[in-house]
Each structure stands twice: as structure tokens, then as C-alpha cells.
Design a protein around this ligand. Structure first.
Ligand code: SF4
Length: 299
């Protein structure tokens, strides 16, 4: 009996992954659409305005034609929140996410981006050794599973930066590094997008936090008022850089700046920056213990 339940549940998670990957690539969330439309009302430069109008048209055409918003189908990054009573082991959840990613790639079909990191040989349908990438969170006293898919394009992922600031650098050092990173990135990450900043923890965890930050709905604020204040300040400063849409100059360089943080060692002050381009794709599903699936933008 438990074997049948497990198998059905694995199939449900696989179906969810296959659906989420394609859904995220085709149909961007409403908060992103609103942020892009709002950016177009603020942009005063002619090239910047042209870029934003082209992006908005792109989104509409993708919807009408039921096609992708960008040719770069990215690498599939999933975040899983697993309830402690969810009756499918994380090893089987991972297997289902992998098979779902492969099915989406073959069945749609999607461009296959995954390669061996040394030989550069294509590894197949957007999966490979340690691909897709899955982040895990385990929730006590719960029997559900939430899955979020964030396909990450290379243009924006290439613009990821880490600095081990020292505590003496303080918040000033954090701000300086974020600004230097985004100014250095210029038009490469397809701006305007979301700047994700991870501060604290350790080197690896700071980058993980930066990745979490880009997956939040646009304009949400960190519950910690000190961090939220820094989000506001960096958002304003980043838009004063004049980089503008696609780096062609203008008022709108970023749609938002989100920060996630963790407490850290008294002699550490890590800062990570992860950029999410204007095609800030994300989609989520909730899977119940009996295999029922609800699709939503957030969990
Ligand atoms: S960075 Fe984003 S918008 Fe630019 S090519 Fe990659 S996925 Fe597309």
C-alpha cells in the first residue's frame, strides 16, 4: 500500500516539475509585469524607453503565441519545502524533479543548455551531474511539499559576485560592493532586473541567500527593519547609476533590490550579489500527501 502511494506521489511531483519549468518560462508573474509597466512610466531616456516597450511587447507576444519570454531556458533551480510527514523521501523527490525537468525539455521542446563543466559536452535534456539544482527546507509538523521553480538564465547568473568584507567595512562596505558589482555588470545581465543581495552566514550561504532574494515577489521587504531600510536605500542608489535598460542609459537600472540575511561570525561580513534579469521567471506548486497538486506563483 505504501509503495503504491509513494509511486503515485513521485509521479505527481514529476508532473508538477514538468509543468512548472515550462509555465515559468512562458508566463511571467503579474508582479513582474506590473514592475515592468511601472518602469516604463518612469523611464525618461529614449533608448531606455524603447527597450522597455520592446520588453513589454515581448511579454505580450509570448502570451499570445504561447511561447517563451526568452530563448535562454536557463538551468532549472528548484526550492523545496518538505513537511516532515510528507510521505515521499527527498531522494525520490529529487529523482522526480530531475525526470520532470527532462520531460519538459523533450516534450515542449526546450533548448538543452546543460554541459559537462570541463568537456563542455551537452549532457542532455537540461539535467546532468548535480543538475537540476535543488535547495531544501524541512518543515516540522506538516505533511505537504512546496516546490518553486526559478529557471536561471546565464546572462544574469554570470553577473554573480562575492566579497568577504571585514566587519570594519560595516554597512558602508556592503553598499559599496553592491554598487560596484552592478556598475561593473552594466548591460550584461539584461537589466532592469532584481538585484539579490545575501549578507552574513558564510561565503557559500551568502550566495544562497542572494539567490533566495531574487526569487521573492518584486518589492516585498525583508521583515527585519534594518535590512528593509538597506533594501530601500540600495534600490534608490542603484537607480542613480544611470546604467538604464539593457545598459543603454536611463533612469531604470533595477526593478528592485531584495536582501536576505543570516547571523554570522563576529569576524565575518560576507556579501553576495546575484542578479535576476528582466525575465525574472518563477512558478510554484503545492503537492499534498495524496498527490493532489495546486499551482500558484508563491509558497
Ligand atoms: S539574462 Fe535573462 S533576459 Fe537575458 S538572455 Fe538570459 S534569460 Fe534572457
Amino acid at each position: 500500500m505504501s509503495t503504491i502511494t509513494t509511486t503515485d506521489l513521485e509521479a505527481a511531483v514529476e508532473d508538477a516539475a514538468a509543468y512548472l519549468y515550462v509555465w515559468a518560462l512562458k508566463d511571467i508573474p503579474q508582479d513582474l509585469r506590473d514592475a515592468l509597466a511601472d518602469a516604463a512610466t518612469r523611464e525618461t531616456s529614449v533608448p531606455g524607453q524603447r527597450v522597455l516597450q520592446t520588453i513589454l511587447k515581448n511579454v505580450t507576444v509570448a502570451e499570445t503565441e504561447k511561447n517563451l519570454v526568452c530563448q535562454d531556458t536557463g538551468i532549472a533551480v528548484y526550492t523545496c519545502r518538505v513537511g516532515e510527514h510528507f510521505p515521499l523521501h527527498p531522494a525520490r523527490i529529487y529523482a522526480a524533479l530531475k525526470t520532470g525537468t527532462e520531460r519538459a525539455t523533450v516534450e515542449h521542446p526546450l533548448r538543452s543548455n546543460a554541459v559537462h563543466t570541463i568537456t563542455r559536452e551537452n549532457t542532455g535534456p537540461n539535467t546532468g551531474y548535480r543538475l537540476p539544482i535543488v535547495h531544501w527546507e524541512f518543515i516540522p509538523d506538516w505533511d505537504g511539499l512546496d516546490v518553486k521553480c526559478v529557471p536561471k538564465g546565464s546572462g544574469s547568473e554570470n553577473m554573480s559576485f562575492l566579497k568577504m568584507c571585514v566587519p570594519a567595512d560595516g554597512v558602508k562596505g556592503i553598499k559599496q560592493f553592491v554598487l560596484e558589482s552592478i556598475v561593473g555588470a552594466g548591460g550584461k545581465p539584461c537589466p532592469p532586473g532584481i538585484v539579490g543581495v545575501g549578507i552574513g552566514g558564510s561565503a557559500d550561504y551568502a550566495m544562497y541567500l542572494a539567490k533566495e532574494a531574487i526569487a521573492r515577489p518584486i518589492g516585498t521587504r525583508n521583515p527585519d527593519p534594518h535590512v528593509a531600510e538597506l533594501e530601500d536605500e540600495l534600490f534608490a542608489l542603484l537607480n542613480e547609476t544611470g546604467i538604464g535598460p539593457m545598459g543603454l542609459g536611463g533612469d531604470v537600472t533595477v526593478l528592485q533590490c531584495h536582501i536576505e540575511h543570516a547571523d554570522t561570525h563576529m569576524t565575518l561580513n560576507p556579501v553576495a550579489v546575484n542578479y535576476q534579469c528582466w525575465a525574472a521567471r518563477r512558478a510554484s506548486a503545492h503537492v499534498g500527501p495524496n498527490g493532489e497538486v495546486e499551482y500558484d506563483r508563491e509558497f
